[in-house]
Ligand binder design. Structure first.
Ligand SMILES: C[S@@+](CC[C@H](N)C(=O)[O-])C[C@H]1O[C@@H](n2cnc3c(N)ncnc32)[C@H](O)[C@@H]1O
Length: 311
């Protein structure tokens, strides 16, 4: 078994530069899937013209966005500037969504800086014609923090709608942490699991059953630093769209939304401003179609081009 992962590309700019000649999209270009179902652009979410080029006159029923959060891990910008930028891509999203549609946005909350940008983003969203529907929390297994504060293990996900989009209830395995809930029935102490007949429960707005992506998982895409678990995106797509509906994601990165949409029989148009992540997105779909695998685990998307590189 080879074990040759790429390091995080955001902290290895020289390596990232080495990958550029292997990227098929230059800024402004769009790849059209040979099946005609999907499109991947190397485009800027803040530019209305780029979004129009990606969508090519089609409207989407579901948008799943995971922008950079303005946290330390990303390029820090003044908060007001970040929110003004968010306003632009939210407007660009509103312009290409169907009258009955859903918008999901992953966003961080920096506890060292007044939980920015989450509350500022929520306030900004009041200026749009979206109805707020849910504030979902996904639990990470690994967190960050010091011994003097609660460990930060939460990821925030906002859900908005326009009109009346589809919503299909999703079921999850009963997470371990719910199993120990005891109740007395006819004088006998029973556990959650022994009382109910079903072995699934309806997913609520706290998701504790999804494994955070790490290097031992098949879906891992090394080099990426902000990959969302496939299961979380599949849950959103299964709940908020129907087969053949169009799903969009303006911040593709590891291509998770594209892969999830393909697996669930949806059409998908995505973009990333960075040619390397646009390329990784395309390769992830191609790799899945060739091998049935959702990621590279011990290798990486450029294993052929960089085969002589030492780990
Ligand atoms: C947090 S990551 C998205 C992670 C993704 N959900 C996944 O599962 O892999 C954010 C991505 O947005 C891209 N990005 C940043 N600014 C952008 C812009 N203006 N337009 C399009 N993409 C942008 C970055 O290159 C990065 O790949």
């Amino acid at each position: 078994m080879i074990n040759n992962p790429l390091p995080r590309l955001d902290t290895h700019p020289a390596l990232k530069k080495e990958l550029l000649p292997h990227c098929r999209l230059a800024p402004g270009e769009i790849w059209v899937d040979p099946t005609g179902r999907h499109r991947v652009g190397c485009l800027d979410a803040g530019q209305a013209g780029d979004v129009a080029a990606l969508t090519d006159g089609r409207r989407a029923g579901l948008a799943v966005h995971d922008p950079p959060y303005n946290l330390a891990a990303f390029e820090a910008r003044a908060l007001a500037e970040f929110i003004a930028w968010c306003r632009r891509w939210v407007q660009n999203t509103a312009d290409i969504l169907l009258p009955d549609s859903a918008l999901y946005v992953w966003l961080g909350a920096d506890q060292q800086h007044h939980f920015q940008p989450l509350p500022d983003f929520m306030l900004m969203m009041r200026d749009f014609d979206f109805t707020p529907r849910s504030f979902i929390t996904m639990r990470n297994q690994r967190g960050y923090g010091t011994q003097k504060n609660w460990m930060a293990v939460r990821q925030e996900l906002l859900f908005y709608t326009k009109g009346k989009p589809p919503f299909a209830v999703q079921y999850t395995d009963i997470p371990k942490i719910l199993r120990g809930y005891y109740k007395s029935v006819n004088g006998q102490r029973t556990e959650n699991m022994s009382r109910g007949k079903a072995n699934t429960i309806r997913a609520g707005n706290v998701w504790v059953d999804i494994q955070q992506v790490f290097y031992r998982m098949e879906e891992n895409v090394s080099g990426c630093y902000a990959q969302k678990p496939l299961k979380s995106i599949e849950r959103i797509i299964a709940a908020g769209s129907r087969p053949d509906d169009l799903v969009v994601d303006f911040f593709s990165h590891a291509g998770t939304t594209l892969l999830a949409a393909d697996r669930l029989g949806r059409r998908c148009f995505v973009m990333d401003i960075d040619p390397v992540f646009a390329e990784i997105t395309i390769r992830r779909l191609e790799h899945f179609r060739q091998t049935g695998k959702s990621g590279w685990q011990n290798s990486h998307p450029f294993e052929v081009e960089l085969q002589n590189r030492k780990p």
